[in-house]
Design a protein around this ligand. Structure first.
Ligand code: NAD
Length: 456
């Protein structure tokens, strides 16, 4: 079998052949990716169901449908994105013209996690293709069926000179990271993110790190509580809580805490019935290791809703915890499962203080009908992205860059941001040969200096 290093060398040769540069080639690859999904949607749904118990609806909404929309958006904007951007040229550089051109970076590495294995592998790939790169793609070994399927489908549809799938876990990643890439796009945990960035430093390779963290959700007393509960319950229990931007914990105004919990109960019951285990729409934990980890986190508080588990089928009921202390394990690590701690606050200041005393999260949510409260929360906190009166949905606006800040990540993608992430914005100044103002050339004089000061 060809070594990883030889396979990367082959990708580099393809890039150097310049075949990935024409707009036509990029469009064709994007169309093929679209066809790949449409031809195989039921096989993809099946694999996602086997890995995570996702329903067909959820798979369409958060995986295949999201990818198809991103391809559509990219195809409709690609010409404009590729066009050089003219910028003005100051008098000191006249006669001359200045522009920014968008060059592909070369051979990029995409490392994906298991929770949205189709979305988080293919969304960055769309950006890499649009910007004219070759890509080494490393899906997660944990989402076994879906990753195997992608490893079979990608070479059957895309140009195999330009795209290679590398199956495997940490060993494969480690070997890949020893190679020199022109960009590394990593989605996963903070710990592995550090390993990736350290390995990238050896080659001075730029990285995009899409990491996780604890995304807070503030529920103010003046919001529509039933609506807030419905949206929080949807965003939290989607994919059984295994979503990087799921609300990780709630901070609710203590005057409405009880009512909020009742509304959450109503929302959960209306979505999944009295026994969510029997609902075809409620997914499962990815594996026993994560099941054990998330089940263990329930010890950190009092179960107000849910709490039932079944290790055999990796089922954890939609669960709300109250009486949670900030130093409990459930408030220290990213939950990444269907357990929602609900903490209370007496004044907004207290909630904001709690959030800002912790690492900057990937997402932040606030429910309030007062624009003053909404503005105050946004102005006094920082997070990768944010939603006001909703959760998760900011990810579905293609014009909004998606990414973290601080320990929740660096760089961003989706739409134009993806194209920019996988491009080098190169500055080009074109000077005329007709006029050559002698001011800048030695010998310098006080007269020249006076003129210089007029121009600078
Ligand atoms: P992970 O970090 O364990 O794995 C991610 C990828 O890294 C996998 O492909 C894995 O094979 C690879 N990997 C494993 N060991 C490695 C090593 N030593 N060197 C290099 N690569 C290695 O993450 P996960 O468990 O798959 O995903 C869960 C995490 O991802 C959560 O923290 C979640 O918040 C985060 N996440 C972030 C986003 C986002 O968009 N920001 C999206 C989804 C998940």
């Amino acid at each position: 079998m060809t070594s990883i290093s030889d396979r990367i060398t082959a990708l580099r040769a393809s890039f150097d052949s310049r075949k990935t540069r024409p707009e036509q080639w990029r469009r064709e690859q994007l169309h093929r990716l679209m066809t790949m999904i449409m031809d195989n949607e039921s096989a993809i749904d099946e694999a996602l169901h086997e890995d995570l118990g996702k329903s067909g609806f959820e798979s369409r909404m958060t995986e295949t449908g999201t990818v198809l929309s991103e391809i559509d958006h990219t195809l409709s904007k690609l010409k404009g994105w590729m066009r050089p951007t003219k910028v003005s040229t100051p008098l000191s550089n006249q006669p001359g013209r200045s522009k920014v051109i968008h060059e592909p970076l070369g051979v990029v590495l995409i490392v994906a996690p298991w929770n949205y294995p189709v979305n988080l592998t293919l969304m960055p790939l769309i950006g890499a293709i649009a910007a004219g790169n070759c890509a080494a793609i490393k899906p997660s070994e944990v989402s076994v069926r879906t990753s195997k399927l992608l490893a079979r489908l990608i070479p059957a549809y895309l140009d195999t000179d330009a795209f290679e799938v590398f199956e495997g876990g940490a060993e494969t990643s480690t070997e890949l990271l020893e190679q020199r890439f022109d960009h590394i796009f990593f989605t996963g945990s903070e710990g592995i993110g550090r390993i990736v960035m350290t390995a990238a430093a050896k080659h001075l390779t730029p990285v995009t790190l899409e990491l996780g963290g604890k995304s807070p959700c503030i529920i103010a007393a003046d919001c529509d509580l039933a609506l807030a509960a419905r949206r929080v319950a949807w965003g939290k229990f989607l994919n059984a809580g295994q979503t990087c931007i799921a609300p990780d914990y709630v901070m609710v105004d203590e005057t409405v805490a009880q009512k909020f919990i009742e509304e959450m109960k109503n929302a959960i019951e209306s979505f999944f019935g009295k026994d969510p285990k029997a609902s075809p729409d409620y997914p499962r934990l990815i594996n026993q290791r994560h099941f054990d980890r998330v089940s263990g986190l329930m010890d950190g508080g009092t179960v107000a809703i849910g709490g039932e588990t079944d290790r055999e089928t990796r089922y954890i009921a939609p669960t709300l915890l109250t009486n949670v202390t900030p130093d409990a394990e459930v408030m220290r690590e990213e939950i990444f499962g269907p357990v929602l701690p609900v903490m209370t606050y007496t004044a907004l200041d207290e909630a904001i203080g709690f959030i800002t005393s912790r690492p900057k999260p990937l997402a932040l949510y606030v429910f309030s009908s007062s624009s003053d409260t909404q503005d105050e929360v946004i102005a006094r906190t920082s997070s990768g992205g944010a939603c006001i009166n909703d959760v998760v949905m900011h990810l579905a606006v293609p014009e909004l860059p998606f990414g973290g800040v601080g320990t929740s990540g660096m760089g961003a993608y989706h739409g134009r941001a993806s194209f920019d992430t996988f491009s080098h914005t190169r500055a080009v100044l074109t000077k005329s040969e007709y006029l050559d103002v002698p001011l800048r050339y030695p010998p310098y004089s006080s007269t020249k200096l006076r003129w210089l000061k007029r121009f600078q």
